[in-house]
Unconditional design. Sequence first.
Length: 264
Amino acid sequence: MRILFIGDVVGDKGVSMIGDYLPKLKQEIKPQVTIVNGENATAMGRGITLSIYKQLMSDGVDVVTLGNHAWSNNEILDFIDDTKRLIRPYNFPRRTTPGKGYTMVNVNGKQLAVMNFQGRVFMDNLDDPFALADELVDEIRKTTNCIFMDFHAEATSEKLAMARYLDGRISAVVGTHTHVQTNDARILEGKTAFLTDAGMTGPADGMLGMQPESVIQRFLNQRPARFKVMETGRGIISGCFIDIDDKTGHATHIETVSMTDDQI
């Protein structure tokens, strides 16, 4: 089983990069499942709409994950309960939060579980992702050993801690949120694939996808600034692909992908 995971899709540029280049990437990599983090996919770079979700799915995406901006666009409250392949972090308060935190995908007769969790270091203090991951993984493993986690977190230490905590129990932990792809893709001792951050998909020449001028001014004057998504220049598509033994759930290979549109 080969999984292609694409990091945070940012703004209109990110959505167009998926539409223009994901088919070419899939033709080269030949994944059975494609997962995309879409929590920054609107034009303002926060949240997702129903039309964007449908566009991503029509462009060849199988599952869309979210993160701390899951609720930044209120429209999501109208449709998240009706979508089968849009998941939000599992550790939002379970009794009051719409949507679901994981989904199951049939891959040639085998089941792949895709989970979404959010970290707590330098982020909102959600429910304990470690304790809840324990419960959820134990439940999922009654059905399948093939389990992928998008861990949307700020701190590199928290991401690695989660991967090592779950090492040998799930197939892969891939981090999102920081928009900068890390150079540490590897398979841990228990055969769990790990990458601290998959990077972003969107404006290549911005600052984490935003227009540089407003970000720089925020550092210079320490006053609040409205960041806007960069709309011009090159685009970039970033992520990784992972091979999994569908019998054991063990990862056998992980490799990063990062290309600008002129390189593609």
